[in-house]
Ligand binder design. Structure first.
Ligand code: SDX
Length: 368
């Protein structure tokens, strides 16, 4: 990341080039293997993921254990943690093929677990992976299809979701990636590390912001109300913050937001959707970027500001948005875990600056 310039690269490739010319699977391969795949490597990688896209039937009981309408992030975190029980291989970190197996398995199974979480939470029939379909197309298929029904998946929808997955794939030491590395530094099972990362991602200040953006745009309700909410975001006495605005590192436009904004425009146009939420978002962005409060603090739209609009256009339910972020971020998490473990990094152990009472004598209870 170059926060001042607003640039993001994955192993030397600018995300704008990757979004235009490559797929999410290309990027997953790049993050794991440091190079983009050639045609043979790409086809083998894709096939390996397909073969691992099913989950152990014993895991189905986990979904059943949750109440209706359970938040899919709760189900996803529990199911991923359970994977460490179903795949409790003793990991010999000296064997590259064991890393590879661990990484491929979780990348392949996350979309299936995510789709199953959603279908269970809505009481819908489970749709198993269809090996004739590509990675992202298969996820949409499992989310939308019904038994014995031909589901219509338009290429523009698959491409838009694939691009959004790709733009979420890795992002330095954000809160969830740092969580994965810290848990991994204790030599915990890799899927326990990923489950911890899912927990960190859930919060509204991080991956939960995409859900927060749509809820906030719905709360604003019209372009006419934007000024009122901008005033609230600027009021130090009001805890209200603009969801999807600001970033710990970007002090310029989040380059991902620019690409996603265009993809959102293309999807809404292609699907003939006239979503007033998009107009409110574009007006909010325009007003905020002209306002000195935001300009002086380098507050710009981040990756979450427009991603929810694409998710909504694809018919995704609000509580699935952060799950979609997790699917995209998974290759980055597991590549960072692999780098940390292969690098033999010591256990994470930050120190603290204690500012409490200095040493003092103990006073017996009846004297206090
Ligand atoms: C992601 O780290 C990553 O890489 C994360 C991520 C990734 O890919 O992993 O990019 C994904 O998490 C993006 C961020 C999603 N979160 C949101 O959109 C929630 C809304 N954003 C804010 O909560 C906030 O901007 C944070 C949490 C993202 C950053 O918080 P900081 O670091 O405290 O913000 P800052 O230090 O830059 O704030 C400077 C000033 C403060 O005011 P002053 O004390 O100077 O008067 O800007 C204000 C803040 O109060 N401010 C906002 C604001 N964000 C910061 N004011 C109104 N609305 C906002 N959104």
């Amino acid at each position: 990341i170059d926060g001042l310039k607003g640039e993001l690269m994955y192993r030397g490739y600018d995300i704008a080039y990757l979004a235009e010319n490559k797929t999410f699977i290309d990027v997953a391969y790049l993050l794991l293997n440091k190079e983009l795949p050639n045609k043979k490597q790409y086809d083998e990688f894709k096939l390996e993921l397909k073969k691992r896209s099913f989950i152990h039937e014993g895991m189905m009981k986990i979904f059943d254990a949750f109440p209706d309408k359970a938040h899919p992030m709760a189900i996803l975190q529990a199911a991923v943690s359970a994977l460490s029980a179903f795949y409790f291989d003793h990991l010999n970190m000296d064997k590259p093929e064991e890393y590879h197996e661990m990484a491929m398995r979780i990348i392949a199974k996350i979309p299936t677990i995510a789709a199953f979480s959603y279908r269970f939470s809505r009481g819908l029939p489970i749709i198993y992976p269809n090996l004739d379909r590509g990675f992202t197309e298969n996820f949409l298929y499992m989310m939308r299809s019904y038994p014995y029904e031909h589901v219509n998946l338009r290429p523009i929808e698959v491409k838009a979701l694939d691009t959004v997955f790709m733009l979420h794939a890795d992002h330095e030491q954000n809160a969830s990636t740092t969580t994965v590395r810290t848990v991994g530094s204790t030599h915990a099972h890799p899927y326990a590390c990923i489950a911890a990362g899912i927990g960190a991602l859930w919060g509204w200040a991080h991956g939960g912001a995409n859900e927060g953006v749509i809820r906030q745009l719905e709360q604003i309700g019209s372009v006419e109300n934007v000024d009122k909410y901008i005033a609230r975001a600027k009021d130090k006495n009001d805890p209200f913050r603009l969801m999807g605005f600001g970033h710990r590192v970007y002090k310029n436009f989040d380059p991902r937001a620019k690409i996603i904004k265009k993809a959102a425009d293309d999807v809404l146009h292609a699907l003939g959707i006239d979503d007033p939420i998009f107009d409110i978002a574009k007006h909010l962005e325009k007003v905020a970027l002209e306002d000195d409060y935001f300009k002086s603090r380098n507050l710009y739209p981040n990756v979450d500001f427009y991603s929810g609009i694409i998710y909504k256009a694809l018919g995704m339910h609000l509580e699935m948005f952060t799950v979609l972020f997790a699917i995209g971020r998974l290759p980055g998490w597991i590549a960072q875990w692999k780098e940390m473990r292969q690098g033999g990094e010591p256990i994470g152990r930050p120190r603290q600056i204690y500012t409490g009472a200095k040493e003092r004598a103990f006073v017996a209870l009846d004297k206090r």
